[in-house]
Structure formats: structure tokens, C-alpha cells
Design a protein around this ligand. Structure first.
Ligand code: CP
Length: 327
């Protein structure tokens, strides 16, 4: 177990080794247990984190705000449309200044080919740890909560067939950051990951290369298919979720011919019946109900989406505690 993460940026889980991630998970489980028992956890007493949001959020914002209150500190929510960044102030100036006012900066910026660079620029110049609350490429807070949930439910993650499956949605053109994070992370924990999507919804080639390397080093597996039935068949966990065709098409348009041609990529009870009897259905949420998934699945006995969302609170607290803490 690693204990020297104070000041470490949390931008991707690729930059955290397995020992460090194991510490985050251990701290998350401890914080969850203490929360259940009403035990105080004042690990960040009087510390401040600034939460910059370029986009909407329910889980990420509130898990960070409630989480930091539970740790004895204060999370300052910043809608970036009310900040000088909307008049062109650069990441360097914002990072230096917010870093001098508090103990951490967290940011969500999902603009394609901008978000990750913006967060890295904040981190380069801020003297406090910077946490990625989702960018165009990564969603490490979600990935960590997903891993915690899988460990909690299945104990041994090795050789589990976990299928990350594209699904139809019309709500908005969603980032690729959730599936990207999952295909990189899960093989590091020995999972047998199947990535399924219709042609046109590829993840970047460098991601697949890194995911295969992660799998090789950690006895995991990565299989790619364009057949959703193959992904559901005998799966232990299915994660059907929409992502945008950003790699092949930079347009912000939500609905196009490619999307409409793949309307049948929906998580149905029929597809779920191909999986193992005790299959678990996961989704980072928000779900586009009726499009990505039938209500009877997301509200049914296989769904663990609310446990997954709840774990966002405890993993967020763990990340803040170990990066902003006093050791
Ligand atoms: N899963 C997730 O990041 O949810 P929010 O967009 O509501 O934060």
C-alpha cells in the first residue's frame, strides 16, 4: 500500500499505480463504513477545494461537495460561465490564483480536444493537487467508484467477463471518457473486458494499445466486437452506455445517420437473458431511459446503478483525503 500521495494530481488512473489505487479503495471502504456508523471523519478540517464546472453534473458535483463537508472542509462550487475564464482568462492564471486560496482544485471540462489539456494546464501551474472531474478523455472519479462497486459485489475481480457496450441515446453527444477509463482500468484488475460498439464509435487507437498493455501486465484481457449479443453472452457485468462518435466526427450534433442506424443497441431484458444468471447491470448515470436501456432492466433485480452512484461519495472523499491531506 502506498501512503505518499499528498499533492499528487488525479487526472487519469493511468498515472496512479495499482498500489496507489488499492490505497484509494481501502480508504474508500473505510470512509463508507464510518459514514454508515456515523463516525466523524475530519481529515480535511478547514481545507478548501475549488470545483470548476464547465458542464452540468449531479453525482460528481454533489459527491465532492457533500464529501468535503463530511471531511470537515469546504467545497467552493464554481460555474465557469460566471468566472473570468468565460472572458478568456487562461488556465495558468486561474490555477495559480485558486491554488493560492485553498488546498485543491477540481475541474470538469469535457470539450473535445480541449478538456484534458485545460486540466493539465491547471495542474502545471497550481501548487495544489488538481482533480479531474471528467474531461474529453478520462473520468477517473467514475472509474474508481466503478472498481469499488465491482470489488464490493464480486470480491475477486479476476476473470470476470465485464462488457462495456455502446448504447443508443439522444440526450446529448456524450464524451468517451467513461468507456475509455473503464477499458484502461479493468484489465489492470484481471478482468476479461469486452468492448462492443457499432462501427463509427471507436475509441482512439492509443487507448486500445494501452488497454492491451495493461491487460498483458496484469493477466487481464481485452476483446473488441461489433456484435452486442457476443458482449452480453455469459457476461458477469454489463455496462451498456452511450458515447459520442468523437474520434471519427468532431461535430457537436447529437443526432445523425450513424446514430439513428444503431437504435437497436439498447439494453433489453432479452439481451440480458444471454448473460449469466447473476449478471449485474451498471451505468455511470444519467441514463437515457427508453433509449439506452429498458426501465425493467435499470429498475430490475440485476441493476446496481444506485450502489455505483453512492460509491462516488466515498471514492471522492478518498481521493481528496489522500491528495489534500496533511501527511
Ligand atoms: N456519472 C457522472 O459523472 O454523473 P454527473 O454527470 O451527474 O456528475
Amino acid at each position: 500500500m502506498q501512503t505518499q500521495m499528498k499533492g499528487k494530481d488525479f487526472i487519469t488512473l493511468q498515472e496512479w499505480n495499482n498500489d496507489e489505487i488499492d490505497t484509494l479503495l481501502d480508504v474508500s471502504f473505510d470512509l463508507k463504513r464510518k459514514f454508515a456508523m456515523g463516525v466523524d471523519t475530519p481529515y480535511l478540517l478547514r481545507k478548501t477545494a475549488f470545483l470548476m464546472f464547465f458542464e452540468q453534473s449531479t453525482r460528481t458535483r454533489n459527491s465532492m461537495e457533500a464529501g468535503l463537508a463530511q471531511l470537515g472542509g469546504h467545497a467552493n462550487f464554481l460555474d465557469t460561465s460566471t468566472m473570468q475564464v468565460s472572458h478568456g482568462e487562461v488556465a495558468k492564471d486561474t490555477g495559480v490564483i485558486l491554488g493560492s486560496y485553498g488546498h485543491g482544485i477540481a475541474c470538469r471540462n469535457c470539450f473535445w480536444e480541449i478538456g484534458n489539456d485545460y486540466i493539465r494546464n491547471l495542474a502545471k501551474h497550481a501548487k495544489v493537487p488538481v482533480m479531474n472531474l471528467q474531461c474529453d478523455l478520462y473520468h477517473p472519479m467514475q472509474g474508481l467508484a466503478d472498481l469499488m462497486t465491482i470489488q464490493e459485489k464480486k470480491k475477486d475481480t479476476r476473470n470476470l467477463k465485464v462488457s462495456v457496450i455502446w448504447a443508443y441515446a439522444t440526450s446529448h453527444k456524450k464524451p468517451i471518457s467513461v468507456p475509455l477509463t473503464q477499458v484502461l482500468l479493468f484489465p489492470r484488475y484481471g478482468m476479461d473486458v469486452t468492448l462492443a460498439y457499432p462501427k463509427g464509435y471507436e475509441l482512439p487507437d492509443w487507448v486500445i494499445e494501452q488497454a492491451r498493455e495493461n491487460a498483458k501486465k496484469n493477466n487481464g484481457k481485452l476483446t473488441i466486437t461489433h456484435d452486442q449479443e457476443e458482449a452480453y453472452r455469459d457476461a458477469d457485468i454489463v455496462i451498456p452506455k452511450n458515447w459520442g462518435s468523437w474520434v471519427s466526427n468532431k461535430s457537436d450534433d447529437v443526432i445523425d445517420d450513424l446514430l439513428e442506424a444503431n437504435k437497436y443497441w439498447k439494453c433489453t431484458e432479452e439481451l440480458m437473458s444471454l448473460a449469466k444468471d447473476d449478471v449485474m447491470y451498471m451505468h455511470a448515470l444519467p441514463a437515457d431511459r427508453g433509449n439506452e436501456v429498458e426501465d425493467s432492466v435499470i429498475d430490475g433485480p440485476h441493476s446496481i446503478v444506485f450502489d455505483e452512484a453512492e460509491n462516488r461519495l466515498h471514492t471522492a472523499k478518498a481521493v481528496m483525503s489522500v491528495t489534500m491531506g496533511s501527511k
